[in-house]
Design a protein around this ligand. Structure first.
Ligand code: HEM
Length: 144
């Protein structure tokens, strides 16, 4: 367990991620379907990427969430760089992070079926909230 986020069981989440990675395609479809229902304006941000690339992105995103929670030594630069790419390259507004996190939790629950537990739900929500805070803290104010 790491020092910075003692309330989040990263080991539990990592084990769960290995299980759900078998359902990567379904997980991806569900996250996007749910996010786009909540935020139709998010569609254009993802429009130019193919489905296989979206699937890889989803696994990378979940892996990045776990890395951000337990890799303290490179945390600052890594999160800063990723926040910058989201702000400037993907043009992701900060208020899209909460619906994205909700969409991920819903999708994780759906693909996990009966393996889903209240403990997993709590841990994923806490982890995604924390990562959303870290990502958006890296956003800089622009003059326009
Ligand atoms: C938990 C917060 C998030 C994490 C950890 C995360 C992580 C990632 C990662 C690892 C990538 C792969 C490329 C790269 O490293 O730059 C990526 C790409 C991308 N993310 Fe995020 N992301 C998050 C939230 C969001 C949100 C809220 C949106 C918009 C609704 C978004 C939109 C995108 C887009 C458009 C791409 C590039 C397109 C693609 O490869 O499909 N991300 N993200």
């Amino acid at each position: 367990m790491n020092v910075q986020t003692p309330d989040i069981d990263v080991v539990l989440l990592r084990e769960h991620l290995v299980e759900v990675s078998e359902h990567e395609a379904e997980l991806t479809d569900r996250v996007y379907e749910s996010l786009f229902a909540k935020r139709p304006d998010a569609v254009e941000l993802f429009g130019s990427y193919s489905r296989p690339s979206q699937q890889r992105m989803m696994t990378e995103t979940l892996g990045a969430v776990l890395n951000m929670l337990d890799q303290e030594h490179w945390l600052g630069d890594y999160v800063h760089a990723m926040g910058s790419r989201h702000q400037f390259s993907y043009e992701t507004p900060t208020d899209m992070y909460p619906p994205y996190a909700e969409a991920m939790v819903e999708a994780l629950a759906a693909v996990s079926g009966t393996d889903w537990t209240p403990e997993l739900e709590r841990a994923w929500k806490a982890a995604l909230d924390r990562v959303n805070e870290m990502m958006t803290a890296g956003y800089v104010t622009t003059s326009h």
